[in-house]
Design a protein around this ligand. Structure first.
Ligand SMILES: Cc1cc2nc3c(=O)[nH]c(=O)nc-3n(C[C@H](O)[C@H](O)[C@H](O)COP(=O)(O)OP(=O)(O)OC[C@H]3O[C@@H](n4cnc5c(N)ncnc54)[C@H](O)[C@@H]3O)c2cc1C
Length: 502
């Protein structure tokens, strides 16, 4: 057994994953997490007046055995004792033409429904559904970190996955927004950009629909914090050391080697390796003072697009909401009058009713959430004036409640809890740059950068990064894999065979 020590900055899913795999491979690991007592970073929940506001998981790729990511969640103990819900519907979109699109997670049902709704678009629907069906046969090769996989392994992967990679390459270059414009039907034109971030490539949605069709992208009952706690439990059972209220101020370096960290409280801790699974910008430009940089890495932070910041409004309603079909993303309602938050105008809101998870609300009541993209700079400025900041949050909650009252009569009088998290809330609790909720967006640029996005910094030895700032597109399975891959890289350096067996 190696006695080597690894310090991990951040106890989000990437940090917890690196911790678990580090322990499985005989390292002594310590996680330093700035939160008072909760693991998970963005994958979290919080209590408000008897409700549990769930702050993350809409769908979890790998929740079922038809995805390779399932193995990773098994290794991490994340799904132990969990009930998984695979929704029949991804969501519903209420269009301006009075039609409603039901986005079924079963591709056959989706195809049938789309064609009934928009027979004029049969050809393009065929193209889309057939691509999604092709994706059901595809699983990314995740066993070996690309950084340690030899030439022959990579060559084999390229050959065996070539047709699907070529197909995805085509769909990577079309955004949901651009693809929507190809439909003749107004409801499909309106709905497609709402499936996710509008400028995201269609390939992302194809893969997501494929996983949902395979029942491998469900929701774990109990929500996000319980999910993170499952991994923390595994980490602790493997002998890992979790340190809360431990904000890392600096990464200590000597002779271009990372040798430990200095916490905000002034204490210093030494290790053979340092892995930062915290925010990328803070790691590079604050904890390391921007000393280990090159033009490529500088370029990421100057040119690439982070995911948008969000306002997250949670409402606790004294209503069962059993008239609403449970779904992944909820109901997208078209607004009679657009609402404006900062620089951003919203013509629709997607309302998520957690009527399928009784653990999040008292009996007979329901947690409801609305997530709105917004402009980080607007909120940063607003945060300087406490009165205006609080007033803006109240105004947003009031506006949404009034909209929901019109659509679901009686709703306003049933609201008994309201909670508004702004982008500055996300920054305060997780440190994510500009309030991004998932690191870098995947665009044609990140895609080509992304293939090369390294987990190391130039000129700095014994240091690695994990998490959604080095894995464009982010998301829970990707960051768990990122933590796993970093440990594979360290194992190779230490001439140890990587293992997941305990
Ligand atoms: C509303 C919302 C919905 C989402 N829905 C989904 C979904 O349905 N499916 C999905 O797969 N993904 C989803 N995501 C994205 C997913 O949550 C993230 O991509 C993922 O959790 C990122 O994990 P991470 O470990 O890389 O980073 P983080 O979660 O940001 O973890 C970083 C950790 O580092 C800590 N930290 C930061 N700075 C320091 C410091 N100086 N010292 C010590 N600790 C520090 C933070 O407190 C945090 O715990 C969603 C995210 C949000 C916000």
């Amino acid at each position: 057994m190696s006695e080597k020590k690894i310090i991990i900055i951040g106890g989000g899913i990437a940090g917890l994953s690196a911790g678990c795999y580090g322990q499985m491979n005989g390292f002594h690991t310590r996680i330093f997490e700035m939160h008072k007592k909760k693991p998970g970073g963005l994958c979290t929940s919080w209590k408000r007046q008897g409700y549990t506001v769930d702050g993350c998981i809409h769908w979890l790729v790998g929740s079922g055995p038809n995805s390779k990511f399932y193995t990773i969640w098994q290794e991490l103990g994340a799904l132990e004792g969990k009930t998984i819900i695979n929704h029949e519907e991804y969501g519903r979109v209420e269009g301006s033409d009075g039609k409603q699109l039901i986005v079924y997670t079963d591709l056959d049902c989706l195809e049938k429904h789309m064609k009934e709704l928009a027979p004029e678009d049969a050809a393009i629907i065929d193209e889309f559904i057939s691509a999604a069906r092709q994706c059901t046969r595809f699983e990314p090769p995740i066993e070996k970190a690309p950084e340690v996989a030899g030439f022959f392994y990579l060559a084999k992967i390229i050959v065996t996955h070539f047709p699907l990679m070529r197909m995805l390459w085509k769909w990577n270059r079309i955004s949901l927004r651009a693809y929507a414009a190809r439909f003749k039907s107004p409801i499909l034109r309106e709905a497609f950009p709402m499936f996710f971030v509008p400028d995201f490539p269609v390939s992302f949605m194809l893969m997501t629909f494929a996983w949902m069709h395979k029942r491998a992208a469900g929701y774990p009952v109990g929500g996000s914090l319980e999910f993170s706690r499952g991994i923390e439990k595994r980490y602790l059972s493997l002998g890992g050391e979790m340190n809360y209220k431990a904000k890392v101020a600096r990464i200590l370096t000597e002779n271009n080697c990372a040798v430990g960290v200095k916490l905000e409280d002034g204490s210093e801790h030494r290790a053979d390796y340092v892995v930062s699974a915290a925010d990328g910008h803070a790691t590079i430009f604050e904890m390391l003072d921007g000393k280990f940089l090159d033009e490529t890495i500088k370029g990421y932070y100057e040119k690439l697009l982070p995911f948008p910041a969000i306002v997250y409004v949670a409402l606790g309603v004294n209503r069962v909401c059993d008239d609403i079909h449970p779904s992944v993303g909820g109901v997208a309602i078209r607004l009679q009058e657009p609402i404006r938050i900062g620089n951003q105008e919203h013509t629709h809101i997607s309302v998520r009713f957690y009527n399928y998870d009784p653990t999040l609300a008292p009996e007979g009541k329901t947690l409801v959430a609305v997530m709105l993209n917004t402009d980080y700079e607007y909120w940063k400025k607003l945060r300087e004036d406490d009165v205006r900041y609080k007033a803006e949050k109240e105004k947003i909650a009031d506006t949404l409640i009034a909209i929901l009252d019109k659509r679901f009569p009686g709703f306003a009088s049933q609201v008994e809890m309201r909670d508004v998290a702004s982008p500055t809330t996300f920054v305060r609790y997780t440190g994510n740059w500009k309030g991004s909720f998932e690191g870098w967006q995947v665009t044609p640029e990140t895609w080509s950068f992304g293939k090369l996005m390294k987990k190391t910094l130039p000129g700095l030895h014994n240091f690695y990064m994990a998490g959604h700032w080095v894995e464009p597109g982010g998301g829970l399975p990707t960051v768990a894999l990122s933590g796993r891959n970093v440990i594979q890289i360290i194992c190779k350096k230490e001439k140890k065979k990587f293992t997941t067996i305990q």
